[in-house]
Write a protein that binds this ligand. Structure first.
Ligand code: RP5
Length: 171
């Protein structure tokens, strides 16, 4: 991440990786304030065994693009909402990369999805991780079904004209 002020977005990403059993390292380094550090870290990332890079930054958010310039590893960029424009500045800084140097830009403040995208990439070559990813997806379905049941129950009490719809009927 470009600064520890990005931690609020990095934390959901770290939680997903931790829960999925994916080993990760964390570095605070700025494309503008510590460019040499970013360059040397990105240059060595692949030879040190890293597989995917998640880069979070806000404002003129060049961290992901600079990292992608120094490595062939997949780089997932997370635009962080900083001090203005609701994060649009960060999003465009990451999404509008020149041909030849791709960054997979997530939504503004999309830390959790960045981690899940990394998991999807890693799961291509890791069957155990792929199984954990499927469990995560199944748990999401269960959670949505649970919230559907709960809402139906509440509405049935209040709305006399609502036709009850069981979750199973939507299939
Ligand atoms: C970016 O500038 C960082 O990624 C952060 O999102 C933003 C503000 O950094 P601080 O001034 O809070 O350190 O480089």
């Amino acid at each position: 991440m470009g600064s520890t002020s990005d931690l609020k977005v990095a934390e959901p990403a770290m939680k997903v990786l931790d829960a999925m059993g994916v080993k990760f390292e964390v570095l605070v380094a700025s494309a503008h304030r510590t460019p040499d550090r970013v360059a040397s870290w990105a240059r060595q990332a692949a030879s040190r065994g890293l597989k995917v890079i998640i880069a979070l930054a806000g404002g003129a958010a060049h961290l992901a693009g600079v990292a992608a310039a120094y490595t062939s590893l997949p780089v997932i960029g997370v635009p962080v909402q900083a001090w203005s424009t609701g994060g649009l500045d960060s999003l465009l800084s990451m999404a509008q990369m020149p041909r030849g140097v791709p960054v997979a830009a997530m939504a503004v403040d999309g830390g959790a999805n960045a981690a899940l995208m990394a998991v999807r990439i890693l799961a291509l070559a890791d069957e155990a991780l792929a199984a954990r990813l499927e469990q995560y997806r199944e748990a999401m379905v269960e959670a949505v079904a649970g919230s559907h049941h709960e809402l139906q129950g509440q509405l049935e009490q209040k709305m006399k004209n609502m036709i009850p719809r069981r979750w199973e009927e939507a299939e």
